[in-house]
Design a protein around this ligand. Structure first.
Ligand SMILES: Cc1cc2nc3c(=O)[nH]c(=O)nc-3n(C[C@H](O)[C@H](O)[C@H](O)COP(=O)(O)OP(=O)(O)OC[C@H]3O[C@@H](n4cnc5c(N)ncnc54)[C@H](O)[C@@H]3O)c2cc1C
Ligand SMILES: Cc1cc2nc3c(=O)[nH]c(=O)nc-3n(C[C@H](O)[C@H](O)[C@H](O)COP(=O)(O)O)c2cc1C
Length: 619
């Protein structure tokens, strides 16, 4: 490598300063010089002479420059509805701007054994189900928790966990990745961030921190000055860029509401049509609609009376003052119990000297399964009854979490219903501890929402539940109960776009006569040739219960044929049992039809998931 030779500049550097630069610049590597040149250009603080000084140096061989000093960072994301993927893209862009060599990878596509070779890995992962990894992170998560997991003494890592505080296990998957990587010998670059549903601000500042830390690490290693941060404005996707969003819902007018079940049904499933008016909101088939509702004033007065509180007393929440009952009705999560609320409760019990109550709560909180089992079916009032402690109006306010919207799969396609959004909502109602309960939002839709009324809504994109781009590909849809909602949108879209691919729907519910949701519409789709096959399973019409997975089994050969033709496979609805049974049945069908072991068939399904051909929207 030839040495740098350049004229010593005079102004504005003194002769001494210029000589120092000259001596220093001769001693550094081409890679360092290239990096420094980017740094100086980037911050635009340097004088013309300094830039000239760099430019006058001999040209660097590009290959050499590329390999020498560009630190490599791997960004891994495990995302289901697209939030984590968007943050990962943002991080990648900013790291690349700052001169890092970045490998952006979906965990789905990442070879777990490669972790051993990584030096710096940044993980962004959400939590789904009941504290479970999103499907795309399942394999990496399982591998790291298996005996096969290697020691990772050379790995530096950081985790951004995405979640929703209202679930029993907040950010569980991110926590597990973070703890496991540490247990395997990895060094944490930065403390984990647990980001709630309004994650963007937390993500922006986490990205800035990560960049800072990585850049400091380089400058410590090389003794080079630290480059300035070019923190880009977040490249937000539609989730946050809309004028109306989760933080600022749109007041949508209800155009129509119809009960879909016939007389005598055990269920109440409503079809609601809302106008998007001039909101500018748009969506794609597969997206969900977020809906907010106020708490039942009867629950608020029963709770405050039982706790001996003054419902009119002023309380402060998030910097604002409200009468207690107003805050409880419009702003507090009351009908569900989350792990974070239980932690707040435990802390208050402990601070007030109720040690045995704090211990009892610790036992519930110590295991994910115990937390879910305890919280299922309970509301906030149940917790006060089970663990009575005296609280003030302000203490209650400080402990509760903000009310969350509920999500509903959109049941319409904008191409078929411009300016409208339709949902299919099953009313949640059950008895627990001798009290009849109604779900917050499904109860609001069922009992209060009428045509002409309004609901506060926003669109939540779901990138992992999309029709194939090619209209020629076959589509298999399994959607019992309200799970059928997005498939109404899919079929409308396939019809409107003139897609020629085959469409197969498996639908199930309790009774043919009362619960065949949207029966006439499916028949019309069949008649129009949009729906190629329809198979139904009405579980309570026969002595032996029949479910959608039984119908799949009955048509195993054709189903396998469709898959081999490149079909996309979609499952929507109940996560606890149905989605698991459907997947198991599909594995069995593949094993039987392809004449392979179950393990091989399970690998086939995994490959479908990795290729985005097996998609779930389950809850
Ligand atoms: C992506 C996604 C898509 C969804 N799509 C739809 C859809 O298309 N249609 C639809 O109807 N729902 C859908 N849901 C579910 C929906 O978001 C709500 O969870 C549901 O309507 C209940 O909300 P709620 O406010 O009425 O009840 P909440 O006030 O949230 O109460 C629900 C709680 O009640 C308890 N509970 C419920 N049933 C029972 C029972 N039988 N016994 C004891 N306890 C019980 C449980 O603790 C449960 O957590 C979807 C959910 C997700 C995440
Ligand atoms: C069906 C469903 C289940 C969820 N379960 C949990 C959970 O158990 N714990 C949690 O913290 N968040 C949970 N969440 C919230 C998601 O983690 C959160 O929306 C996150 O931003 C999603 O990120 P992603 O789009 O990258 O997957 C759940 C969300 C959905 C839709």
């Amino acid at each position: 490598m030839t040495q740098a030779s350049f004229a010593v500049p005079t102004e504005p550097l003194s002769k001494d300063e210029a000589q120092q630069w000259q001596t220093w610049a001769r001693g550094i590597s081409p890679g360092q010089l290239q990096w420094l040149s980017g740094y100086l250009t980037g911050i635009q603080h340097s004088s013309a002479q300094l830039l000239e000084l760099i430019r006058d140096l001999p040209a660097l061989a590009p290959a050499e420059a590329a390999v020498t000093d560009k630190p490599k960072v791997t960004v891994l994301f495990g995302s289901k509805t697209g939030n984590g993927k968007q943050i990962a893209g943002q991080l990648q862009a900013q790291l690349a701007d700052a001169g890092f060599e970045v490998a952006l990878q979906d965990m789905n596509r990442y070879k777990p054994a490669d972790l051993e070779k990584e030096q710096t890995a940044i993980l962004i992962v959400s939590t789904h189900g009941e504290g479970d990894p999103p499907p795309s992170a399942e394999d990496l998560h399982a591998f790291l928790h298996s005996r096969k997991a290697p020691q990772l003494p050379n790995l530096r890592f950081a985790v951004l966990a995405l979640g929703d505080r209202s679930y029993a296990s907040f950010c569980q998957t991110g926590k597990e990745f973070d703890q496991r990587l540490e247990a395997l010998g990895g060094k944490r670059l930065a403390a984990r961030i647990d980001a709630d549903v309004d994650y963007q601000d937390a993500a922006d500042s986490w990205i800035a921190d990560i960049l800072n830390i990585l850049q400091q690490n380089i400058s410590q290693k090389t003794n080079l000055p630290q480059p300035a941060l070019h923190v880009r404005a977040a490249a937000r996707n539609g989730k946050t860029a809309e004028s109306f969003n989760r933080k600022r819902p749109y007041q949508a007018e209800v155009l129509d509401k119809v009960l879909l079940n016939g007389r005598g049904s055990a269920k109440k499933t409503y079809h609601a049509e809302l106008s998007l008016g001039d909101s500018g909101l748009t969506y794609q088939p597969g997206d969900t609609l977020g809906i907010y509702a106020d708490n039942d004033p009867a629950l608020v007065s029963a709770l405050t009376a039982d706790l001996g509180l003054n419902a009119e007393k002023q309380v402060t929440a998030a910097g604002k003052d409200y009468p207690l009952n107003e805050w409880l009705t419009g702003h507090a999560e009351l009908t569900t119990v989350s792990g974070v609320f239980l932690q707040n409760y435990r802390k208050l019990a402990s601070d007030k000297g109720f040690a045995s109550i704090a211990d009892g709560l610790s036992q519930i909180l110590d295991a994910k399964d115990r937390t879910s089992a305890f919280t299922y079916g309970k509301d906030v009032w149940d917790v006060f009854r089970a663990f009575p402690i005296p609280v003030t109006e302000q203490e209650l306010t400080g402990m509760l979490l903000p009310v969350q919207p509920r999500l509903y799969s959109i049941a319409s396609a904008l191409s078929a219903y411009p300016g409208e959004v339709h949902v299919t909502v099953g009313k949640v109602t059950y008895a627990h501890n001798d009290r009849l309960r109604t779900g917050l939002v499904s109860g609001f839709i069922a009992d209060q929402l009428q045509a002409g009324g309004k609901a506060r809504v926003f669109i939540d994109q779901n990138e992992s539940f999309r029709l194939p781009e090619s209209g020629d590909l076959p589509v298999i849809m399994v959607g019992p109960g309200t799970g059928v909602a997005p498939f109404r949108a899919f079929l409308q879209e396939r019809q409107e776009t003139g897609a020629r691919g085959k469409n197969w729907l498996f639908f199930g519910d309790q009774h043919f006569s009362t619960d065949f949701l949207y029966q006439l519409e499916w028949q019309r789709f069949l008649k129009d040739g949009v729906l190629t096959r329809l198979n139904t399973a009405f579980s309570r019409d026969t002595r032996q219960k029949v479910y959608v997975q039984h119908r799949m089994q009955e048509h195993a050969a054709t189903l396998y044929e469709w898959l081999e033709e490149g079909a996309r496979f979609y499952v929507c609805g109940d996560a606890k049992r149905m989605a698991k049974d459907v997947k198991q049945t599909l594995i069995g069908i593949i094993a039987e039809q392809a004449g392979v072991e179950n393990e091989k068939a399970a690998e086939y399904v995994k490959e479908l998931i990795r290729d985005g051909r097996y998609m779930e929207d389950v809850y």
